[in-house]
Design a protein around this ligand. Sequence first.
Ligand SMILES: NC(=O)c1ccc[n+]([C@@H]2O[C@H](COP(=O)([O-])OP(=O)(O)OC[C@H]3O[C@@H](n4cnc5c(N)ncnc54)[C@H](OP(=O)(O)O)[C@@H]3O)[C@@H](O)[C@H]2O)c1
Length: 293
Amino acid sequence: MEGKTVLVTGSTGGIGKETARQLAALGAHVVLVGRDKNRAAAAVADLRHTSGNDNVTAITADLSRLRDVRRLAQEASDRASGLDVLINNAGATRSRRELTEDGIETAFAVNVAAPFCLTHWLMPALAASGQARVINITGGVPRGRIDLNNLQGEKSYVGLSFYNQTKLAQMAMSYRFDQELAATPVTLNVAYPGHAYTSMNRNLTVGTYPPLARPIVPLLRLAMPVVYGHRALLRATRSSVYLASSPEVREASGTYFNSKAKPTPWPDAVLDGTTRNTIWQLCETQRDRATAA
Ligand SMILES: NC(=O)c1ccc[n+]([C@@H]2O[C@H](COP(=O)([O-])OP(=O)(O)OC[C@H]3O[C@@H](n4cnc5c(N)ncnc54)[C@H](OP(=O)(O)O)[C@@H]3O)[C@@H](O)[C@H]2O)c1
């Protein structure tokens, strides 16, 4: 990865930080993204020290705000002549429905609108690198349906179920984005990391779980740090590091990779053209509103 520039969102902690550490250890110039300046500075110092690579920098941005996403794209484009790898890793869950300043449901904003807009706004920098890779990190249970009448949680909202739907929607957006990239030197794939005990699941309130799962939440809180501790965190970087760095997947695009970095069938919900078009149009509307603001 010497000479390559990689941007990883949500990389001041959790899976994104471990992914960034490994890519820095492979010699890449790594740009970290998180919301908080102090956490970003601490992550830069940690990664420089543990990877032996001083070429680690950070940009702070809150990906739930599209004006921040736009500024992030601008700053990242200004810093390097081209961007070789973009890993849209940051994700969000909410216990109750909240709208962002853009009027978008917050989990949808971070999990779908932000990767859509960031990839779009970084496209000149990605194309300038000659051969760039975009990797979108999915999550939840990659099954089930997408309710097109509840894309913003307007009808019903259970935090983890809605998170699941946003990740399916992110996959549908990614599938379509790849088709749009056919004539460009940019590839786009989706990676499923597998479970790891991070701030995302550590901070889940009982009310975020579906009602039937709530009685076992105390047990989950005891088991998760043991079952999904540091080794699971390292395993969760496997598919994204492979997709970012391996020559084997230089040409791969429009593919969904499981936590073992193996190509795997897309969930049924993603294969429905109407679903993909509806989500794509919603993302375009959100991007165009943010561009005009
Ligand atoms: N953990 C799992 O078991 C699991 C399983 C399947 C899929 N995934 C997916 O893997 C990805 C990473 O998960 P994780 O568990 O590592 O998440 P995490 O613990 O929540 O990630 C923390 C990182 O995300 C950043 N972040 C959170 N919200 C942000 C926002 N609005 N804007 C900018 N940065 C933000 C944090 O930055 P600051 O706090 O410093 O701002 C920090 O760098 C997510 O997409 C998740 O959905 C996770």
